[in-house]
Design a protein around this ligand. Structure first.
Ligand code: F3S
Length: 373
């Protein structure tokens, strides 16, 4: 693998963290036959919740000694850092989680605690990135035309430190070609959930039965990436590179349908974190009525502060708008028996990570449920 003089110096660095980061990336690059590294414009790091990484992860992060060299954002943690008591988080969990956040801060990572870094700073078409968080990877590749592989938490952090990632996979244009045609109708989050299971790691060329909104595409991509290992999709007239490749002939069809499986004591939306548009939509759907069940909406602190007025109105109707965390990575969800979500990704991961049942309904049904005692 070709390395520039500077990259060789990083590999031989006396700083153990930098040298190890570089060694890791070179090893990954060799595994995937990358000819060289490519400079990245930003990195997005996952593996933040103490619930996921535990003491071993915490101690490892605290042992690192370097600074990130490109703008680096951070995935959600195990609670809302301002409302953790209200979420029922214990002191010990709180302290460990805050040590993790401090360790990232010491590395120079921006404490964004969101899976939607593109709402904070939108990359440009063609930018090379090193993003972990599969839903953000699909979004960046498909809706923006930026280029990132599905990085692991550790390779994204290594890339953040040395500002480079191996040049293979979706960094190379030919590898971004669609490999299967996918016809989609119905609810897009549910459709993405089903489609991911069918197509695995293929890149679909998607034909929607209507023009979807941005938030529907976000939920669709997140679900595809959760049940499959899909890194991106194309769709004519929607995604930037759709017209640049041949349309595959093999075709699959899915229809997304809701399937409420239990009577929810919690309705949880905002996976991936809600946009300003979604917050406004939820407020409008509530039609000024107070919620009758626990209704949690997850968004980033950045979006919540931009949409402060809507957040305030939602809170006045009894909705809890939490930041920094989500229904999957927070142990707060464990205190409920049945959680209904409008996200295919949450539908996939809640049963795996949390101790409660999960049901699925589209956002309109979720809000209707919240208004029903
Ligand atoms: Fe984000 Fe949590 Fe869903 S990190 S994509 S809201 S599982």
């Amino acid at each position: 693998m070709y390395l520039t003089k500077e990259e060789e110096r990083l590999l031989e660095s006396e700083n153990e963290t930098i040298a190890t980061a570089m060694k890791l990336l070179v090893t990954v690059g060799k595994m995937f036959d990358a000819e060289r590294l490519v400079k990245v414009k930003s990195a997005h790091v996952s593996g933040v919740s103490y619930d996921n990484i535990g003491d071993a992860g915490l101690e490892w992060l605290e042992s690192l000694n370097a600074k990130v060299s490109v703008p680096t954002t951070l995935n959600p943690a195990g609670f809302d850092v301002k409302r953790w008591r209200e979420m029922g988080i214990g002191e010990e969990f709180y302290e460990k989680q805050m040590r993790i956040i401090k360790a990232f801060e010491r590395l120079g990572v921006k404490i964004t605690l969101t899976c939607t870094p593109y709402y904070i700073h939108k990359p440009a078409f063609g930018d090379h990135l090193a993003w972990a968080e599969s839903s953000a990877v699909v979004y960046a590749n498909s809706l923006i035309g930026a280029r990132t592989n599905r990085e692991a938490a550790i390779t994204a952090l290594a890339a953040a430190i040395v500002g480079r990632t191996p040049f293979f996979g979706l960094h190379v244009k030919e590898n971004r070609a669609p490999t299967v045609r996918l016809k989609v109708s119905g609810d897009l989050a549910a459709a993405g959930y089903e489609a991911g299971k069918l197509i695995g790691g293929e890149i679909p060329y998607v034909i929607f039965d209507r023009k979807p909104s941005e938030w529907e595409l976000k939920l669709f991509g997140a679900a595809l990436a959760a049940t499959g290992s899909v890194p991106m999709f194309h769709s004519p007239g929607i995604t930037p590179e759709a017209e640049e490749f041949e349309v595959p002939s093999e075709s699959v069809e899915v229809e997304g349908r809701g399937a409420l499986d239990c009577d929810p004591d919690l309705i949880a939306v905002g996976c991936p974190h809600a946009s300003e548009e979604e917050l406004k939509m939820i407020y409008e759907l509530l039609k000024g009525e107070k919620v009758k069940r626990e209704f949690w909406v997850f968004t980033s602190r950045s979006v919540a502060s931009k949409a402060a007025q809507v957040v305030e109105k939602l809170e006045s109707l009894g909705v809890k708008v939490f930041s920094d965390t989500c229904m999957v990575v927070s142990p707060a969800t464990d205190t409920f028996e049945c959680v209904v979500v409008n996200s295919g990704k949450a539908l996939h991961y809640v049963p795996e990570r949390r101790r409660c049942e999960v049901g699925f309904a589209d956002i309109f049904t979720c809000v209707k449920l919240a208004r029903t005692p």
